[in-house]
Structures are given as structure tokens and as C-alpha cells.
Design a protein around this ligand. Structure first.
Ligand code: NAD
Length: 265
């Protein structure tokens, strides 16, 4: 327990179950004194309610980021309860299963591409605008979750990689717009982690194994590490950092050749 987030209120999206990255972040924020509103996908109440109760969440409301009326209602609920917010966590992504396997060029459809970009990238822009409107004069902090499949071509990640590239660019543009208002906007890029979303990617387990074996630390990405980075960015500790993409992946993204490639021989 600590007091890094004492007196701060904010919204966390993207909790589907206890494995969700958003859940790891929400728990750490609560342990540091934050007051949290959780916005979850409609229909997830039974899963999310007990988790919310266990960390004293004040506000729980459904949101479907593809539906303007649902967005209006969810943000209105938080506004009524909190008035202002100091932080916002965007941890939302989706692509059809068919788009997350095999050949990117062959399997990407217009409908699937637009759906992935809508839910995984546009939703961030929409959330950032709505969150910023609720932030005080002193400013605030917004983060999103991304993955290195935006920067490099990862097997099966396909359309989601393109969506994450859009999301990361959106982070920089939002940081530029909102900077003068004291609002910081950053993206956290974890290595592969065992969640519902990973299960939707063909060969997701392989991504976990590769993430470990090819990382500098030869280790899995830990929830504590990802949540710790989020906490730093969302608290005043992150004061001068904005528009950044921060990898929390045990050093996966820095590696070039591995010993197995004969690079050390
Ligand atoms: P998760 O499945 O637990 O979280 C994804 C969330 O998105 C779910 O809570 C789901 O309800 C929500 N969502 C989907 N469509 C929505 C909609 N239309 N409206 C509102 N909410 C919607 O999986 P996760 O791995 O915790 O994913 C969270 C974020 O972290 C995602 O952006 C994901 O891409 C990113 N990420 C995950 C990994 C990983 O390996 N798991 C690695 C890097 C980044």
C-alpha cells in the first residue's frame, strides 16, 4: 500500500477478467489510493463486479466504444459520480479471429480491417477527447496499451499490428494537442501476456514462449512490471513524460541476433 495516487480519480477501461492487463493496473492504482471508475464491455457485469468490489471501485458502468450513445452514457455516469478525473486508462483492442492468422495480405478484409481500427485505435481518440474534457486545470494523464507488432511484422498479429501503429501515432498527436493543458498521453507496450486477447491470436502461446526466450532477460513480462509502469505514468512521478512509447517486455524489442543464430560463434 502507498499514497502515490491519493486524491486522484480516474477511469480504467478494458477489465474483462482477473487476467486483464487493465485489472493489474486498476489493482495497483487502488492500492496507491486512487478512486476508480471501471468501464467494461456490456454483458461482463457478473465477471467484473466481484473484482470491482474487491478493490473498492466507486463506479461501474458498461461501455461499447463502437456506439456513441453508449460512450455518452458511460462518461456521463462517471461525470456525475466524480465531476472531474485525473487519469484515464485505455486497454481496449479487438480484431476478428480470422484476421489474426496466416497471411496478412490474403486474410485482411475491408470489414475486418475497419473493425479492428475502429475498436483498437479510433476508440482511443474518442476516449482521449472525452477524458480531457473532464480533467481539471492542473491537467491529467492518459495511457493506452499497445504491442510491438506495430513496429515489426510479427506472425499472425497482422491487422492488429496496423491498428497498434495507428494507436501509437494517435498517442503522439493527442500528446501534442493536450500538452498545453497539462495533460500527458503515453503508450505502454508490454511483451506477450496470457490474457483473453492473446488467446484470440493464432499461435498466441508461441508468442509467450518466444517473448521469453528471445528477451534480453529471458523472462516473461510480469503484470507487476506493466502495472508499475502505468502507475509511474499516471502518477506525478511521470510529470515530464508525454508522447512516449514505453516497452515493458523484459527487453524483447532491443534484441538483434540471438546465440542460436550463431551470432556469438
Ligand atoms: P483483455 O481481453 O483482458 O482486454 C481487452 C479488453 O477490451 C476487454 O476487457 C474487452 O472487453 C475490451 N473490449 C473489446 N471490445 C470492446 C468494445 N467494443 N468496447 C469496450 N471494450 C471493449 O486482454 P488484454 O491483453 O488485457 O488487453 C488489454 C490491452 O493490452 C489491449 O489493447 C491489448 O492489445 C494490449 N496488449 C496485450 C498484450 C498481451 O500479450 N496480452 C500485449 C501488449 C498489449
Amino acid at each position: 500500500k502507498g499514497e502515490l495516487m491519493k486524491g486522484k480519480r480516474g477511469i480504467v477501461t478494458g477489465v474483462a477478467n482477473h487476467q486483464s492487463i487493465a485489472w493489474g493496473i486498476a489493482s495497483q492504482l487502488a492500492a496507491q489510493g486512487a478512486e476508480i471508475a471501471l468501464l467494461h464491455l456490456p454483458g461482463m457485469e457478473r465477471r467484473v463486479q466481484p473484482l470491482a468490489d474487491s478493490i473498492g471501485v466507486k463506479v461501474l458502468a458498461p461501455v461499447d466504444v463502437t456506439d456513441d450513445a453508449s460512450m455518452d452514457a458511460a462518461f456521463a455516469t462517471v461525470k456525475q459520480a466524480f465531476g472531474q478525473i485525473d487519469f484515464f486508462v485505455h486497454a481496449i483492442a479487438f480484431a476478428n479471429k480470422d484476421e489474426l492468422k496466416g497471411s496478412f495480405v490474403e486474410n485482411t478484409t475491408r470489414e475486418g480491417f475497419l473493425r479492428a481500427l475502429n475498436i483498437s485505435a479510433f476508440s482511443f481518440v474518442d476516449c482521449a477527447r472525452r477524458a480531457a474534457e473532464m480533467m481539471p486545470e492542473a491537467g491529467g494523464s492518459i495511457i493506452t496499451l499497445t504491442y510491438m507488432g506495430s513496429e515489426r511484422a510479427i506472425p499472425n498479429y497482422n491487422t492488429m499490428g496496423v491498428a497498434k501503429a495507428a494507436l501509437e501515432a494517435a498517442t503522439r498527436y493527442a500528446a501534442r494537442d493536450l500538452g498545453p493543458k497539462g495533460i500527458r498521453v503515453n503508450a505502454v507496450s508490454p511483451g506477450a501476456m496470457r490474457t483473453l486477447s492473446l488467446a484470440g491470436i493464432s499461435g498466441g502461446r508461441g508468442m509467450l514462449a518466444k517473448g521469453r526466450s528471445l528477451s534480453a532477460m529471458k523472462a516473461d513480462t510480469s503484470m507487476e512490471g506493466v502495472a508499475g509502469c502505468a502507475l509511474w505514468l499516471l502518477s506525478d512521478l511521470g510529470k515530464s513524460t508525454t508522447g512516449e512509447l514505453i516497452h515493458v517486455d523484459a527487453g524483447f524489442h532491443i534484441m538483434g541476433f540471438t546465440e542460436d543464430d550463431g551470432a556469438e560463434g
